[in-house]
Design a protein around this ligand. Structure first.
Ligand SMILES: C[S@@+](CC[C@H](N)C(=O)[O-])C[C@H]1O[C@@H](n2cnc3c(N)ncnc32)[C@H](O)[C@@H]1O
Length: 230
């Protein structure tokens, strides 16, 4: 008998949570977008719906209005954010892949929230650097969500810490990388090792970063929630 049945029953528990608490409350338009994204050759690789539910709750608690999203893909987390923030809210959404964004765009339009989104087709780093050239952007964002190239997370962190206000939140997705962060290296399939290493380095660095309060949450593929404290 395991001393930690919760870990062993992880998949069953997640299924239970999804079926009991998440799917019944997920907006229909988000379900539709998820189903369409499933037909993309890469499949659905958006924020997990249970993690999205947590993100929406945090956006509300924070009363977030001005946000940044790094890594849009077909826009599941973007649409969720746009549906959650108030009518005068704004999201700067960054991704070099416009084709994937355009798969999700009809759903964003159908939901009537396109006006809240400023999609910039670009690698994120140069845009974040550009934003930082204007002092009025510093400390002006309530929230940021990072779900893009994992080996750049620390570069995003350094920039987002300057753009997000004290008390604001930054969430990093995939920080448990399919659970492989807890596996011996030799058990990890080769294609997964590079981003596993990136996740390990990021998780260690963020735990040592006194500028943020953190919580590493085992939801979806791993959410690291950071609150800027100075
Ligand atoms: C996991 S997907 C994002 C999923 C999205 N958050 C959702 O909920 O559907 C990762 C995305 O990061 C984007 N990406 C990769 N490198 C990037 C970069 N340097 N800057 C911005 N986005 C990047 C990819 O094009 C891809 O669309």
């Amino acid at each position: 008998m395991s001393s930690n049945p919760v870990i062993l029953q992880g998949e069953k528990l997640t299924k239970y949570i999804l079926e009991t608490s998440v799917y019944p409350r997920e907006a229909e338009i988000l379900k539709e977008l998820r189903n369409v994204t499933d037909t993309h050759p890469w499949g659905f690789m958006g924020a997990a719906p249970d993690a999205g539910q947590l993100m929406a709750l945090l956006l509300k608690v924070l009363n977030a209005k001005k946000t940044i999203e790094v890594g849009v893909f077909t826009g599941y987390s973007l649409l969720l954010t746009a549906l959650t923030i108030p009518d005068d809210g704004k999201i700067i959404a960054l991704d070099p892949d416009r084709e994937a964004y355009e798969i999700g765009l009809p759903f964003i339009k159908k939901a009537g929230v396109e006006y809240k989104i400023d999609f910039i087709q670009s690698q994120a780093l140069p845009v974040l650097d550009k934003l930082l050239e204007d002092d009025s952007n510093k400390g002006s964002f309530d929230f940021a969500f990072v779900d893009a190239d994992k080996d750049n997370y620390w570069n995003y962190h350094e920039r987002l810490l300057k753009l997000v206000k004290i008390g604001g939140l930054i969430i990093y997705d995939n920080t448990l990388w399919g659970g492989t962060v807890a596996w011996p290296e030799e058990d990890v399939p080769l294609p997964k090792r590079k981003y596993r290493q990136a996740a390990l380095a990021f998780n260690k660095a963020i735990a040592d970063d006194s500028r943020v309060q953190i919580s590493a949450v085992s939801i979806g593929d791993g959410f690291t929630i950071c609150r800027r404290i100075n």
